[in-house]
Design a protein around this ligand. Structure first.
Ligand SMILES: Cc1ncc(COP(=O)(O)OP(=O)(O)O)c(N)n1
Ligand SMILES: Cc1nc(C(=O)O)sc1CCOP(=O)(O)O
Ligand SMILES: [Mg+2]
Length: 545
């Protein structure tokens, strides 16, 4: 059955040699599951080693194309590549301004195409002339040379392409000069022979304060991805493909950090697929970037360079869950001793105490009691958030979310011997957390949930599958727990993805209201969805504690 695909528009030049521009954009978009409408700004005359001419298309034709497409093919994302002259810049600036007024969620991505990789210039517009367009753009994808000229810092950090502080300064300057929300500076042209590092500066809009009196404050966040450098003579159109891949991922609802990660993996996969070629036709042949579609294999995904991975690079793996080949099965997440007492007798492999808003003195008592009860039933008890108390009172493990991860002392947790579970939401966080080698990784929210505000972070089953494929193909696979909106109706399709466990709150605690059954019966039914051998209890299975 045909699924309605998101639509992206590419407004860029045609490369008659087929590698770059609109041709690359169409191939990339189709390979990544979006429909591509193309508005051609110029007909270029070029082959694998030289650019002869750039023949601009009139603004009248572009205007007509945009108008007719708006009637029944409105875009989710507008990707802009080659802009041939000042008239086109002005038209584009107006088009983006107008489109955002009528469709505020449309995202614009601009890949500034100035110099041809085979030599020669595509456009003679000055930075001043380009400014009205830059002021309308949401995401910009320059390489480091382009970033320097856009930041008007041509001589800046000339010898330090790979230096993170240097790219950060460039990105900030571009952000402040033009108001662009996300700037991704590609490191593919840097002098580092071993790795290629890309940097993303992203401004988050955060809402603070009471619901009816919200203050909008701006916080910037940066992401850095590093991959092994892959030399290839088949990289023509790689820049266009990267920006279109980003656009395709945005159109499918991915957050900036995940779209960035996937786009980098898409490029590494394409470059890996091409062979080095020797000289032919009397010159170095420069072929089209290999389009390989969705990046599925973990080997193409970049290394996440963040504070945690640097701080804990020498930390050993956390203690394992000692599953001896079995799955964890159902993972109830409950908020009181009342629920613990009700559920522990039901034969669970794992349970979590997730207590919010309890005074510290009372909390400590609850944790002490919970640890004692879980030991009695030989069930793995994870304490959410309170890692110091979990260590102090000998809980089986602690579960930590992304926010708390920054402040938690992971060395202390690892050395205490208790297990660690980490929440992740998408491939970026998953890859970052996987490097810490926790005892399990949680991924959510799989479906919308009313237990916690997960706006913008709903993964769906397809994303869950993709994230599962990011685990190494060896015995060091970390168990994965799926969480968020999982209930009796949805549990089967989640389990069929191969996750080791499903974590649920309301499917148990509100079973009476939602299904007219007792929480105990809900537990039994959810357990029964797993093949029966997975939930067989083996005596002494917590033997490593
Ligand atoms: C198994 C599991 N997965 C995810 C979470 C969420 O943890 P966190 O991100 O710390 O958010 P809070 O639960 O503290 O709101 C979880 N608790 N368990
Ligand atoms: C606590 C929590 N963490 C999530 C995450 O994605 O990290 S989703 C979630 C809520 C789970 O509750 P329910 O089973 O009622 O949907
Ligand atoms: Mg937490």
């Amino acid at each position: 059955m045909n699924k309605k695909k998101p639509i992206i528009w590419t407004i860029s030049g045609s490369d008659c040699s087929g590698g770059a521009g609109v041709a690359a954009d169409i191939k990339t978009g189709h390979g990544l599951g979006v429909e591509v409408c193309h508005l051609i700004t110029a007909n270029t005359v070029q082959n694998s080693h030289r650019l002869l001419s750039v023949n601009a298309i009139s603004v009248e034709i572009l205007q007509q194309q945009a108008a007719i497409l708006l009637e029944d093919k409105p875009p989710s994302v507008i990707k802009i590549g080659l802009v041939a002259n000042v008239a086109q810049v002005q038209w584009l600036a107006q088009l983006l301004k107008h489109t955002k007024q009528v469709m505020p969620n449309v995202i614009s991505v601009y890949d500034p195409v100035g110099q041809a990789s085979v030599g020669g210039s595509f456009s003679t517009t000055t930075l001043e002339q380009l400014t009205p367009l830059l002021q309308q753009v949401d995401v910009l994808t320059p390489n480091s040379m382009e970033a320097k000229s856009l930041a008007r810092l041509a001589d800046f950090c000339d010898k330090s392409d790979a230096n993170e502080t240097a790219v950060e300064i460039l990105a900030k300057k571009i952000h402040y000069d033009f108001g662009i929300t996300s700037i991704i500076i590609k490191g593919g042209h840097s002098r580092d022979e071993q790795s290629s590092s890309d940097y993303c500066y992203h401004q988050l809009n955060q809402l603070h304060g009471k619901q009816d009196n919200q203050d909008k404050t701006l916080t910037a966040i940066s992401y850095q991805l590093s991959a092994q450098r892959i030399e290839s003579h088949y990289s023509h159109g790689g820049g266009c493909s990267f920006a279109t891949a980003l656009s395709a991922f945005f159109a499918q609802g991915y957050l900036v950090r995940d779209a960035f990660t996937l786009a980098k993996a898409f490029i590494s996969q394409g470059l890996s697929a091409s062979e080095r070629v020797s000289e032919s036709f009397g010159h170095q042949y420069y072929g089209a970037f290999e389009q390989q579609g969705w990046p599925w294999h973990t080997k193409f995904f970049p290394k996440i360079v963040d504070e945690l991975s640097v701080k804990y690079q020498d930390l050993s793996a956390f203690n394992s869950l000692n599953l001896a080949g079995k799955k964890l099965g159902l993972y109830p997440v409950i908020d009181s001793l009342y629920w613990l007492k009700r559920l522990l007798p039901l034969g669970l492999e794992i349970i979590q105490l997730r207590v919010k808003n309890l005074a510290e003195s009372e909390l400590e008592h609850v944790i002490i009691e919970a640890v004692a009860q879980a030991k009695e039933f030989d069930t793995r008890l994870f304490i959410n958030d309170y890692w110091q108390l979990a260590i102090k009172h000998g809980a089986y493990g602690v579960h930590i979310g992304q926010e708390d991860l920054q402040d938690a002392d992971l060395t202390a947790i690892q050395q205490s011997g208790i297990r660690l579970g980490i929440s992740t939401h998408g491939c970026y966080e998953f890859l970052s957390a996987q490097r810490l080698q926790p005892s399990y990784l949680a991924i959510g929210a799989i479906f919308p949930t009313k237990t916690k505000d997960m706006t913008g972070q709903i993964q769906g089953i397809d994303n869950l599958r993709q994230v599962l494929s990011l685990r190494p193909d060896n015995k060091h696979k970390i168990p994965v727990v799926a969480i968020g909106g999982i209930n009796l109706e949805r549990a089967r399709e989640v389990i069929e993805t191969g996750v080791e466990s499903i974590a649920v709150v309301t499917a148990i605690t509100e079973a009476e209201c939602s299904h007219g059954i007792s929480p105990e019966l809900a537990v039994t039914r959810l357990q029964d969805i797993y093949p029966s051998h997975l939930n067989m209890r083996v005596s002494g299975r917590l033997g490593d504690s």
